[in-house]
Design a protein around this ligand. Sequence first.
Ligand SMILES: Nc1nc2c(ncn2[C@@H]2O[C@H](COP(=O)(O)OP(=O)(O)OP(=O)(O)O)[C@@H](O)[C@H]2O)c(=O)[nH]1
Ligand SMILES: [Mg+2]
Length: 535
Amino acid sequence: MLDHTSNQPVLPPEIDRRRTFAIISHPDAGKTTLTEKFLLYGGAIQMAGQVRAKGEARRTRSDFMQMEKDRGISVSASAMSFEYKDFWFNLVDTPGHSDFSEDTYRTLTAVDAAVMVIDGAKGVESQTQKLFEVCRMRDMPILTFCNKMDRESRDTFDIIDEIQENLAIDVTPASWPIGIGRDFIGCYDMLNDRLELMDRADRNVISESIQINGLDDPKLAEHVPAELLEKLLEEVEMARELLPALDEQAMLDGTMTPIWFGSAINSFGVQELMNGIGDFGPKPQVRPATERQIAPDEKKVSGFVFKVQANMDPKHRDRIAFVRLCSGHFKRGMKLTHVRTKKPMAIASPMLFLASDRELAEEAWAGDIIGIPNHGQLRIGDALTEGEALHFAGIPSFAPELLQSVRATDPMKSKHLDKALNQFAEEGAAKLFKPMIGSGWIIGVVGALQFEVLASRIELEYGIPVRFEPTQFTSARWIFGPADKVDSFINTNKGHMASDHDGDPVYMTRLQWDIDRVERDFPDLKLAATKDIMV
Ligand SMILES: Nc1nc2c(ncn2[C@@H]2O[C@H](COP(=O)(O)OP(=O)(O)OP(=O)(O)O)[C@@H](O)[C@H]2O)c(=O)[nH]1
Ligand SMILES: [Mg+2]
Protein backbone atom coordinates (compact mmCIF):
# COMPACT_ATOMS: atom_id res chain seq x y z
CA MET A 1 0.00 0.00 0.00
CA LEU A 2 1.26 3.47 -0.83
CA ASP A 3 0.65 6.66 0.99
CA HIS A 4 -0.31 8.93 -1.91
CA THR A 5 0.96 12.16 -0.47
CA SER A 6 4.51 10.88 -0.04
CA ASN A 7 4.69 7.86 -2.32
CA GLN A 8 6.07 5.91 0.61
CA PRO A 9 4.72 2.62 1.84
CA VAL A 10 2.30 2.87 4.73
CA LEU A 11 4.17 1.59 7.76
CA PRO A 12 2.77 -0.17 10.81
CA PRO A 13 1.90 2.61 13.31
CA GLU A 14 4.69 1.67 15.73
CA ILE A 15 7.33 2.03 13.00
CA ASP A 16 5.64 5.07 11.49
CA ARG A 17 5.99 7.06 14.71
CA ARG A 18 9.70 6.42 15.15
CA ARG A 19 12.28 9.10 14.44
CA THR A 20 15.92 8.08 14.64
CA PHE A 21 18.48 10.84 14.30
CA ALA A 22 21.93 12.02 15.31
CA ILE A 23 22.90 15.46 16.58
CA ILE A 24 26.06 16.63 14.83
CA SER A 25 28.20 19.78 14.76
CA HIS A 26 31.56 21.38 15.19
CA PRO A 27 32.85 21.08 18.81
CA ASP A 28 31.05 23.20 21.39
CA ALA A 29 28.08 24.29 19.29
CA GLY A 30 25.73 22.89 21.93
CA LYS A 31 24.81 19.30 20.95
CA THR A 32 24.92 17.87 24.46
CA THR A 33 23.03 20.86 25.86
CA LEU A 34 20.38 20.43 23.17
CA THR A 35 20.17 16.68 23.84
CA GLU A 36 19.51 17.44 27.50
CA LYS A 37 16.62 19.75 26.57
CA PHE A 38 15.17 17.11 24.26
CA LEU A 39 15.08 14.77 27.24
CA LEU A 40 13.46 17.48 29.33
CA TYR A 41 10.69 18.12 26.82
CA GLY A 42 10.32 14.41 26.17
CA GLY A 43 9.45 14.12 29.86
CA ALA A 44 12.36 11.72 30.30
CA ILE A 45 13.94 13.95 32.96
CA GLN A 46 12.63 16.56 35.36
CA MET A 47 15.57 18.90 35.31
CA ALA A 48 18.18 19.50 32.65
CA GLY A 49 21.81 19.03 33.58
CA GLN A 50 24.68 21.25 32.52
CA VAL A 51 27.75 20.41 30.53
CA ARG A 52 30.11 22.17 32.92
CA ALA A 53 28.27 21.56 36.15
CA LYS A 54 29.89 22.90 39.29
CA GLY A 55 29.40 21.55 42.78
CA GLU A 56 26.11 19.80 43.28
CA ALA A 57 24.60 20.90 39.99
CA ARG A 58 23.40 18.14 37.72
CA ARG A 59 25.53 16.79 34.95
CA THR A 60 24.24 15.98 31.50
CA ARG A 61 23.07 12.46 30.73
CA SER A 62 24.85 11.91 27.47
CA ASP A 63 28.33 12.91 28.66
CA PHE A 64 28.57 9.94 31.02
CA MET A 65 32.33 9.29 30.98
CA GLN A 66 34.48 10.83 33.67
CA MET A 67 36.65 12.61 31.15
CA GLU A 68 33.60 14.09 29.43
CA LYS A 69 32.41 15.41 32.77
CA ASP A 70 35.82 16.82 33.68
CA ARG A 71 36.50 18.52 30.39
CA GLY A 72 33.01 19.42 29.23
CA ILE A 73 33.52 17.81 25.84
CA SER A 74 31.88 14.72 24.41
CA VAL A 75 34.27 11.94 23.44
CA SER A 76 31.80 9.19 22.64
CA ALA A 77 28.43 8.96 20.90
CA SER A 78 25.56 8.14 23.20
CA ALA A 79 22.08 6.95 22.30
CA MET A 80 18.85 7.73 24.11
CA SER A 81 15.19 6.93 23.47
CA PHE A 82 12.07 8.74 24.67
CA GLU A 83 8.52 9.59 23.73
CA TYR A 84 7.52 13.01 22.56
CA LYS A 85 3.86 13.65 21.82
CA ASP A 86 2.84 10.76 19.53
CA PHE A 87 6.41 10.08 18.48
CA TRP A 88 9.15 7.79 19.66
CA PHE A 89 12.54 9.45 19.33
CA ASN A 90 15.86 7.59 19.17
CA LEU A 91 18.52 10.25 19.44
CA VAL A 92 22.30 9.96 19.35
CA ASP A 93 24.44 12.77 20.76
CA THR A 94 27.81 12.67 18.96
CA PRO A 95 31.23 14.12 19.78
CA GLY A 96 32.20 17.16 17.70
CA HIS A 97 35.98 16.97 18.08
CA SER A 98 37.64 15.54 14.97
CA ASP A 99 39.80 13.18 17.06
CA PHE A 100 36.61 11.26 17.85
CA SER A 101 34.94 11.58 14.47
CA GLU A 102 35.20 7.88 13.64
CA ASP A 103 32.52 7.33 16.28
CA THR A 104 30.38 10.12 14.81
CA TYR A 105 30.73 8.75 11.27
CA ARG A 106 29.75 5.27 12.41
CA THR A 107 26.70 6.73 14.14
CA LEU A 108 25.63 8.35 10.89
CA THR A 109 25.33 4.89 9.31
CA ALA A 110 22.68 4.00 11.89
CA VAL A 111 20.27 6.98 11.75
CA ASP A 112 17.72 8.32 9.30
CA ALA A 113 18.36 12.02 9.79
CA ALA A 114 20.79 14.49 11.31
CA VAL A 115 20.18 17.59 13.37
CA MET A 116 23.02 19.94 12.49
CA VAL A 117 23.75 22.47 15.20
CA ILE A 118 25.37 25.76 14.27
CA ASP A 119 26.72 28.39 16.63
CA GLY A 120 24.97 31.62 15.66
CA ALA A 121 28.15 33.64 16.16
CA LYS A 122 30.35 31.30 14.17
CA GLY A 123 28.27 29.96 11.30
CA VAL A 124 29.53 27.00 9.28
CA GLU A 125 32.79 25.73 10.84
CA SER A 126 35.30 23.19 9.54
CA GLN A 127 33.84 20.15 11.28
CA THR A 128 30.29 21.20 10.30
CA GLN A 129 31.42 21.11 6.72
CA LYS A 130 33.02 17.64 7.00
CA LEU A 131 30.07 16.09 8.77
CA PHE A 132 27.68 17.67 6.33
CA GLU A 133 29.54 16.05 3.46
CA VAL A 134 29.17 12.64 5.07
CA CYS A 135 25.41 13.22 5.33
CA ARG A 136 25.30 14.40 1.74
CA MET A 137 26.96 11.19 0.55
CA ARG A 138 24.10 9.30 2.12
CA ASP A 139 21.41 11.76 0.93
CA MET A 140 20.47 12.08 4.56
CA PRO A 141 17.82 14.63 5.57
CA ILE A 142 19.23 17.42 7.71
CA LEU A 143 17.41 19.72 10.09
CA THR A 144 19.39 22.73 11.25
CA PHE A 145 19.36 24.39 14.65
CA CYS A 146 21.14 27.73 14.92
CA ASN A 147 22.09 27.87 18.59
CA LYS A 148 23.36 30.47 21.10
CA MET A 149 21.07 33.22 19.82
CA ASP A 150 21.16 34.69 23.36
CA ARG A 151 24.72 35.77 22.52
CA GLU A 152 25.90 38.30 19.97
CA SER A 153 25.25 36.39 16.77
CA ARG A 154 25.58 37.07 13.09
CA ASP A 155 22.95 38.60 10.87
CA THR A 156 20.25 36.03 10.07
CA PHE A 157 20.51 36.39 6.29
CA ASP A 158 24.31 36.05 6.52
CA ILE A 159 24.01 32.77 8.41
CA ILE A 160 21.51 31.37 5.92
CA ASP A 161 23.60 32.53 2.96
CA GLU A 162 26.68 30.93 4.39
CA ILE A 163 24.92 27.58 4.79
CA GLN A 164 23.49 27.77 1.28
CA GLU A 165 26.83 28.68 -0.26
CA ASN A 166 29.29 26.57 1.73
CA LEU A 167 27.13 23.49 1.93
CA ALA A 168 25.26 23.82 -1.35
CA ILE A 169 21.86 23.10 0.17
CA ASP A 170 18.64 25.14 0.07
CA VAL A 171 17.74 26.65 3.41
CA THR A 172 14.20 27.43 4.44
CA PRO A 173 13.59 29.39 7.65
CA ALA A 174 11.24 27.54 9.99
CA SER A 175 11.56 30.37 12.50
CA TRP A 176 12.93 33.89 12.43
CA PRO A 177 14.86 35.44 15.33
CA ILE A 178 13.68 38.70 16.86
CA GLY A 179 16.54 40.90 18.09
CA ILE A 180 20.15 39.89 18.48
CA GLY A 181 22.32 39.10 21.50
CA ARG A 182 21.11 40.90 24.60
CA ASP A 183 18.07 42.17 22.68
CA PHE A 184 17.08 38.71 21.51
CA ILE A 185 13.54 38.15 22.77
CA GLY A 186 12.41 35.12 20.81
CA CYS A 187 11.34 33.94 17.39
CA TYR A 188 8.53 34.25 14.93
CA ASP A 189 7.44 30.73 14.00
CA MET A 190 7.22 30.92 10.20
CA LEU A 191 5.45 27.58 9.86
CA ASN A 192 2.68 28.11 12.39
CA ASP A 193 2.34 31.89 12.72
CA ARG A 194 3.14 31.93 16.38
CA LEU A 195 5.24 34.18 18.48
CA GLU A 196 7.65 32.32 20.75
CA LEU A 197 9.07 34.42 23.56
CA MET A 198 12.13 33.40 25.54
CA ASP A 199 12.16 33.45 29.31
CA ARG A 200 15.64 34.43 30.45
CA ALA A 201 14.81 34.06 34.11
CA ASP A 202 14.22 30.32 34.17
CA ARG A 203 16.17 28.11 31.80
CA ASN A 204 14.11 25.06 32.49
CA VAL A 205 10.67 26.40 31.64
CA ILE A 206 8.76 26.11 28.42
CA SER A 207 8.77 29.40 26.56
CA GLU A 208 5.66 31.50 26.17
CA SER A 209 3.86 30.80 22.93
CA ILE A 210 1.36 33.26 21.50
CA GLN A 211 -0.91 32.41 18.59
CA ILE A 212 -1.21 35.31 16.16
CA ASN A 213 -2.99 35.80 12.88
CA GLY A 214 -0.16 36.58 10.55
CA LEU A 215 2.25 39.46 10.61
CA ASP A 216 -0.38 42.22 10.58
CA ASP A 217 -1.98 41.00 13.77
CA PRO A 218 -2.01 43.98 16.22
CA LYS A 219 -1.21 41.49 19.03
CA LEU A 220 2.39 41.45 17.78
CA ALA A 221 2.92 45.05 18.90
CA GLU A 222 1.83 44.14 22.44
CA HIS A 223 4.74 41.75 22.78
CA VAL A 224 7.46 43.06 20.48
CA PRO A 225 9.05 46.50 20.98
CA ALA A 226 8.43 48.84 18.01
CA GLU A 227 11.93 48.93 16.54
CA LEU A 228 12.34 45.13 16.73
CA LEU A 229 8.91 44.66 15.21
CA GLU A 230 9.71 46.92 12.29
CA LYS A 231 12.88 44.98 11.58
CA LEU A 232 11.09 41.65 11.95
CA LEU A 233 8.35 42.59 9.47
CA GLU A 234 10.91 43.79 6.97
CA GLU A 235 13.09 40.70 7.32
CA VAL A 236 10.29 38.17 7.20
CA GLU A 237 8.90 39.81 4.08
CA MET A 238 12.32 39.64 2.46
CA ALA A 239 12.85 36.06 3.61
CA ARG A 240 9.55 34.97 2.11
CA GLU A 241 10.51 36.58 -1.17
CA LEU A 242 14.12 35.42 -1.36
CA LEU A 243 14.19 32.05 0.36
CA PRO A 244 12.36 28.89 -0.67
CA ALA A 245 9.31 27.72 1.24
CA LEU A 246 9.45 24.38 3.04
CA ASP A 247 9.27 21.52 0.55
CA GLU A 248 8.98 18.30 2.55
CA GLN A 249 10.12 16.08 -0.29
CA ALA A 250 13.23 18.20 -0.94
CA MET A 251 13.99 17.97 2.78
CA LEU A 252 13.63 14.18 2.78
CA ASP A 253 15.86 14.01 -0.31
CA GLY A 254 18.52 15.97 1.57
CA THR A 255 18.51 18.96 -0.80
CA MET A 256 16.77 21.38 1.55
CA THR A 257 17.25 22.00 5.26
CA PRO A 258 14.79 23.85 7.48
CA ILE A 259 16.50 26.08 10.05
CA TRP A 260 15.28 26.96 13.54
CA PHE A 261 16.88 29.63 15.69
CA GLY A 262 17.14 29.28 19.43
CA SER A 263 19.16 28.95 22.56
CA ALA A 264 19.55 25.43 23.86
CA ILE A 265 20.79 26.56 27.24
CA ASN A 266 17.67 28.69 27.68
CA SER A 267 15.47 25.82 26.46
CA PHE A 268 14.41 28.09 23.67
CA GLY A 269 13.46 26.97 20.17
CA VAL A 270 13.90 23.35 21.17
CA GLN A 271 10.25 22.34 21.11
CA GLU A 272 9.69 23.84 17.69
CA LEU A 273 12.64 21.80 16.41
CA MET A 274 11.22 18.66 18.04
CA ASN A 275 7.83 19.30 16.45
CA GLY A 276 9.60 19.65 13.11
CA ILE A 277 11.41 16.34 13.54
CA GLY A 278 8.11 14.68 14.45
CA ASP A 279 5.97 16.32 11.78
CA PHE A 280 8.25 16.07 8.78
CA GLY A 281 11.42 14.27 9.83
CA PRO A 282 11.92 10.90 8.14
CA LYS A 283 10.35 7.69 9.40
CA PRO A 284 12.58 4.62 9.51
CA GLN A 285 13.99 4.31 6.01
CA VAL A 286 14.91 1.47 3.71
CA ARG A 287 18.46 0.35 4.60
CA PRO A 288 20.98 -0.95 2.10
CA ALA A 289 22.61 -4.32 2.74
CA THR A 290 25.17 -5.76 0.33
CA GLU A 291 22.65 -8.36 -0.83
CA ARG A 292 19.51 -6.22 -1.13
CA GLN A 293 17.52 -3.31 0.27
CA ILE A 294 15.86 -3.92 3.63
CA ALA A 295 12.45 -2.31 4.13
CA PRO A 296 11.46 -1.38 7.69
CA ASP A 297 8.09 -3.11 7.48
CA GLU A 298 9.48 -6.51 6.50
CA LYS A 299 8.15 -9.11 8.90
CA LYS A 300 11.52 -10.53 9.81
CA VAL A 301 13.83 -8.78 12.21
CA SER A 302 17.23 -7.56 11.04
CA GLY A 303 19.76 -5.12 12.42
CA PHE A 304 23.45 -4.34 12.67
CA VAL A 305 25.95 -3.29 15.31
CA PHE A 306 27.29 0.25 14.76
CA LYS A 307 28.92 0.81 18.13
CA VAL A 308 30.35 -1.15 21.03
CA GLN A 309 30.82 0.42 24.42
CA ALA A 310 32.34 -1.16 27.51
CA ASN A 311 31.94 -0.19 31.13
CA MET A 312 29.14 2.31 30.64
CA ASP A 313 28.07 1.47 34.11
CA PRO A 314 31.21 1.58 36.24
CA LYS A 315 29.54 -0.72 38.79
CA HIS A 316 29.17 -3.52 36.26
CA ARG A 317 31.87 -4.61 33.91
CA ASP A 318 29.47 -4.62 30.99
CA ARG A 319 29.94 -4.58 27.27
CA ILE A 320 27.09 -3.31 25.18
CA ALA A 321 26.67 -3.61 21.42
CA PHE A 322 24.42 -0.89 19.99
CA VAL A 323 22.18 -2.29 17.31
CA ARG A 324 20.13 -0.35 14.80
CA LEU A 325 17.07 -2.41 13.97
CA CYS A 326 16.43 -2.21 10.23
CA SER A 327 13.26 -4.26 9.96
CA GLY A 328 10.59 -6.11 11.82
CA HIS A 329 9.19 -6.30 15.32
CA PHE A 330 11.73 -7.52 17.82
CA LYS A 331 10.66 -9.25 21.03
CA ARG A 332 12.81 -9.99 24.03
CA GLY A 333 14.13 -13.55 24.11
CA MET A 334 14.11 -13.89 20.33
CA LYS A 335 16.76 -16.10 18.79
CA LEU A 336 18.57 -14.26 16.03
CA THR A 337 21.30 -15.49 13.71
CA HIS A 338 24.68 -13.89 14.23
CA VAL A 339 25.59 -13.73 10.56
CA ARG A 340 29.40 -13.56 10.90
CA THR A 341 29.61 -16.80 12.91
CA LYS A 342 26.33 -18.26 11.58
CA LYS A 343 25.45 -19.08 15.19
CA PRO A 344 22.09 -18.51 16.82
CA MET A 345 22.03 -15.95 19.62
CA ALA A 346 19.23 -15.65 22.15
CA ILE A 347 18.74 -11.97 22.92
CA ALA A 348 17.71 -12.35 26.53
CA SER A 349 18.33 -8.90 27.96
CA PRO A 350 18.19 -6.20 25.29
CA MET A 351 18.41 -2.68 26.69
CA LEU A 352 16.72 0.57 25.94
CA PHE A 353 18.52 3.70 27.04
CA LEU A 354 16.08 6.06 28.61
CA ALA A 355 17.89 9.21 29.74
CA SER A 356 20.23 8.06 32.49
CA ASP A 357 18.37 4.84 33.10
CA ARG A 358 18.52 1.72 31.10
CA GLU A 359 15.58 -0.59 30.94
CA LEU A 360 14.96 -4.07 29.67
CA ALA A 361 13.42 -3.76 26.22
CA GLU A 362 10.45 -6.13 26.04
CA GLU A 363 10.06 -5.23 22.39
CA ALA A 364 11.48 -2.92 19.77
CA TRP A 365 10.70 -1.95 16.20
CA ALA A 366 12.53 -1.10 13.01
CA GLY A 367 14.23 2.24 13.58
CA ASP A 368 15.02 1.61 17.22
CA ILE A 369 18.48 1.53 18.71
CA ILE A 370 18.84 -1.17 21.33
CA GLY A 371 21.79 -2.24 23.44
CA ILE A 372 22.71 -5.92 23.61
CA PRO A 373 24.97 -6.93 26.50
CA ASN A 374 27.48 -9.55 25.37
CA HIS A 375 30.89 -10.96 26.18
CA GLY A 376 32.68 -10.09 22.97
CA GLN A 377 30.68 -12.00 20.37
CA LEU A 378 29.20 -8.85 18.87
CA ARG A 379 31.50 -6.55 16.94
CA ILE A 380 31.03 -3.37 14.98
CA GLY A 381 29.49 -4.22 11.63
CA ASP A 382 27.94 -7.54 12.72
CA ALA A 383 24.49 -8.34 11.39
CA LEU A 384 21.67 -10.04 13.31
CA THR A 385 18.83 -11.55 11.29
CA GLU A 386 16.20 -14.29 11.42
CA GLY A 387 18.43 -16.52 9.32
CA GLU A 388 19.17 -14.54 6.14
CA ALA A 389 22.85 -13.87 5.42
CA LEU A 390 22.77 -10.09 5.23
CA HIS A 391 25.83 -7.84 5.38
CA PHE A 392 25.77 -4.17 6.19
CA ALA A 393 28.87 -2.74 4.56
CA GLY A 394 30.14 0.82 4.60
CA ILE A 395 30.78 1.30 8.31
CA PRO A 396 33.83 3.54 8.26
CA SER A 397 37.18 2.57 9.71
CA PHE A 398 39.84 5.28 9.85
CA ALA A 399 43.53 4.78 9.27
CA PRO A 400 45.59 5.25 12.43
CA GLU A 401 47.72 8.35 12.08
CA LEU A 402 49.55 8.35 15.40
CA LEU A 403 51.34 5.36 16.90
CA GLN A 404 52.54 5.13 20.48
CA SER A 405 53.60 2.30 22.72
CA VAL A 406 51.80 1.79 26.00
CA ARG A 407 53.09 0.41 29.25
CA ALA A 408 51.59 -0.19 32.66
CA THR A 409 53.52 1.88 35.18
CA ASP A 410 53.21 -1.13 37.48
CA PRO A 411 54.66 -4.15 35.58
CA MET A 412 52.62 -6.52 37.74
CA LYS A 413 49.54 -5.24 35.95
CA SER A 414 50.67 -5.92 32.38
CA LYS A 415 48.45 -8.96 32.07
CA HIS A 416 45.34 -6.95 32.91
CA LEU A 417 46.44 -4.25 30.53
CA ASP A 418 46.17 -6.75 27.66
CA LYS A 419 42.54 -7.29 28.50
CA ALA A 420 41.76 -3.58 28.72
CA LEU A 421 43.48 -2.82 25.42
CA ASN A 422 41.68 -5.60 23.60
CA GLN A 423 38.42 -4.23 24.91
CA PHE A 424 39.14 -0.76 23.53
CA ALA A 425 40.24 -2.23 20.19
CA GLU A 426 36.87 -3.98 19.96
CA GLU A 427 35.10 -0.72 20.74
CA GLY A 428 36.98 0.81 17.83
CA ALA A 429 38.42 3.40 20.24
CA ALA A 430 41.97 2.52 19.11
CA LYS A 431 43.85 0.13 16.86
CA LEU A 432 45.99 -2.35 18.76
CA PHE A 433 49.23 -3.82 17.41
CA LYS A 434 51.39 -6.50 19.02
CA PRO A 435 54.95 -6.24 17.63
CA MET A 436 56.54 -9.56 16.61
CA ILE A 437 59.79 -8.63 18.28
CA GLY A 438 59.91 -7.24 21.78
CA SER A 439 57.12 -6.92 24.28
CA GLY A 440 54.24 -4.58 24.91
CA TRP A 441 51.70 -3.04 22.59
CA ILE A 442 51.59 -0.27 20.06
CA ILE A 443 48.41 1.75 19.89
CA GLY A 444 47.22 3.52 16.76
CA VAL A 445 44.73 6.38 16.87
CA VAL A 446 43.40 9.12 14.62
CA GLY A 447 43.90 12.05 17.00
CA ALA A 448 46.07 12.74 20.03
CA LEU A 449 43.13 13.30 22.39
CA GLN A 450 42.29 9.63 21.98
CA PHE A 451 45.47 8.72 23.88
CA GLU A 452 44.31 10.87 26.78
CA VAL A 453 40.88 9.27 26.77
CA LEU A 454 42.44 5.80 26.72
CA ALA A 455 44.84 6.58 29.57
CA SER A 456 41.99 7.99 31.64
CA ARG A 457 39.65 5.09 30.90
CA ILE A 458 42.28 2.38 31.47
CA GLU A 459 43.00 3.87 34.86
CA LEU A 460 39.38 4.46 35.89
CA GLU A 461 37.76 1.38 34.42
CA TYR A 462 40.55 -1.14 34.99
CA GLY A 463 42.60 0.45 37.78
CA ILE A 464 45.80 0.39 35.72
CA PRO A 465 47.86 3.59 35.48
CA VAL A 466 49.59 3.64 32.07
CA ARG A 467 52.13 5.66 30.14
CA PHE A 468 52.12 6.30 26.41
CA GLU A 469 55.49 6.76 24.72
CA PRO A 470 56.58 7.63 21.21
CA THR A 471 57.71 4.72 19.05
CA GLN A 472 60.07 4.51 16.13
CA PHE A 473 57.06 4.05 13.84
CA THR A 474 54.61 6.55 12.43
CA SER A 475 52.46 4.55 9.99
CA ALA A 476 50.81 1.16 9.94
CA ARG A 477 49.67 -0.81 6.89
CA TRP A 478 47.66 -4.01 6.76
CA ILE A 479 49.20 -6.60 4.45
CA PHE A 480 46.97 -8.56 2.11
CA GLY A 481 47.95 -11.10 -0.53
CA PRO A 482 48.52 -14.82 -1.17
CA ALA A 483 49.37 -16.59 2.11
CA ASP A 484 52.84 -17.81 1.05
CA LYS A 485 53.83 -14.33 -0.16
CA VAL A 486 52.58 -12.71 3.01
CA ASP A 487 54.50 -15.26 5.11
CA SER A 488 57.76 -14.75 3.31
CA PHE A 489 57.34 -10.99 3.56
CA ILE A 490 56.74 -11.28 7.30
CA ASN A 491 59.84 -13.45 7.75
CA THR A 492 62.11 -10.93 6.08
CA ASN A 493 60.65 -7.88 7.86
CA LYS A 494 60.19 -9.15 11.41
CA GLY A 495 61.44 -5.93 12.99
CA HIS A 496 58.61 -4.01 11.32
CA MET A 497 55.84 -6.54 11.78
CA ALA A 498 53.00 -6.71 14.25
CA SER A 499 49.62 -8.36 14.42
CA ASP A 500 46.36 -6.54 15.12
CA HIS A 501 43.85 -7.74 17.70
CA ASP A 502 42.34 -10.14 15.17
CA GLY A 503 45.79 -11.61 14.51
CA ASP A 504 46.10 -10.06 11.03
CA PRO A 505 49.57 -8.92 9.93
CA VAL A 506 50.47 -5.23 10.00
CA TYR A 507 53.59 -3.58 8.65
CA MET A 508 54.86 -0.57 10.61
CA THR A 509 57.33 2.03 9.47
CA ARG A 510 58.32 5.64 9.80
CA LEU A 511 59.06 6.28 6.13
CA GLN A 512 56.72 6.59 3.21
CA TRP A 513 59.78 5.47 1.23
CA ASP A 514 59.56 2.05 2.91
CA ILE A 515 55.93 1.66 1.90
CA ASP A 516 56.72 2.60 -1.70
CA ARG A 517 59.61 0.12 -1.70
CA VAL A 518 57.44 -2.73 -0.45
CA GLU A 519 54.82 -1.99 -3.07
CA ARG A 520 57.52 -2.01 -5.75
CA ASP A 521 59.39 -5.11 -4.56
CA PHE A 522 56.33 -7.19 -3.67
CA PRO A 523 53.80 -6.61 -6.44
CA ASP A 524 51.61 -9.47 -5.17
CA LEU A 525 51.03 -7.79 -1.84
CA LYS A 526 48.55 -5.06 -1.11
CA LEU A 527 49.25 -2.55 1.65
CA ALA A 528 46.16 -0.90 3.08
CA ALA A 529 45.84 1.98 5.52
CA THR A 530 42.56 0.65 6.86
CA LYS A 531 41.13 -2.75 7.39
CA ASP A 532 37.51 -2.58 6.34
CA ILE A 533 35.19 -3.98 8.89
CA MET A 534 34.29 -7.21 7.16
CA VAL A 535 31.69 -9.55 8.50
N1 LIG B 1 25.26 31.25 25.64
C1 LIG B 1 24.92 30.00 25.32
N2 LIG B 1 25.75 28.99 25.63
C2 LIG B 1 25.38 27.73 25.28
C3 LIG B 1 24.14 27.48 24.64
N3 LIG B 1 24.05 26.15 24.41
C4 LIG B 1 25.19 25.59 24.91
N4 LIG B 1 25.99 26.54 25.44
C5 LIG B 1 27.29 26.34 26.09
O1 LIG B 1 28.26 25.98 25.12
C6 LIG B 1 29.22 25.06 25.68
C7 LIG B 1 29.30 23.80 24.83
O2 LIG B 1 28.08 23.11 24.90
P1 LIG B 1 27.95 21.54 24.66
O3 LIG B 1 26.49 21.22 24.73
O4 LIG B 1 28.89 20.77 25.51
O5 LIG B 1 28.47 21.47 23.17
P2 LIG B 1 28.72 20.16 22.32
O6 LIG B 1 28.34 20.51 20.93
O7 LIG B 1 28.03 18.98 22.92
O8 LIG B 1 30.31 19.98 22.43
P3 LIG B 1 31.18 18.65 22.05
O9 LIG B 1 30.35 17.47 22.37
O10 LIG B 1 32.42 18.71 22.86
O11 LIG B 1 31.45 18.76 20.57
C8 LIG B 1 28.76 24.77 27.10
O12 LIG B 1 29.48 25.57 27.97
C9 LIG B 1 27.29 25.19 27.08
O13 LIG B 1 26.83 25.60 28.34
C10 LIG B 1 23.26 28.59 24.36
O14 LIG B 1 22.18 28.47 23.82
N5 LIG B 1 23.72 29.81 24.72
MG1 LIG C 1 28.75 17.18 23.50
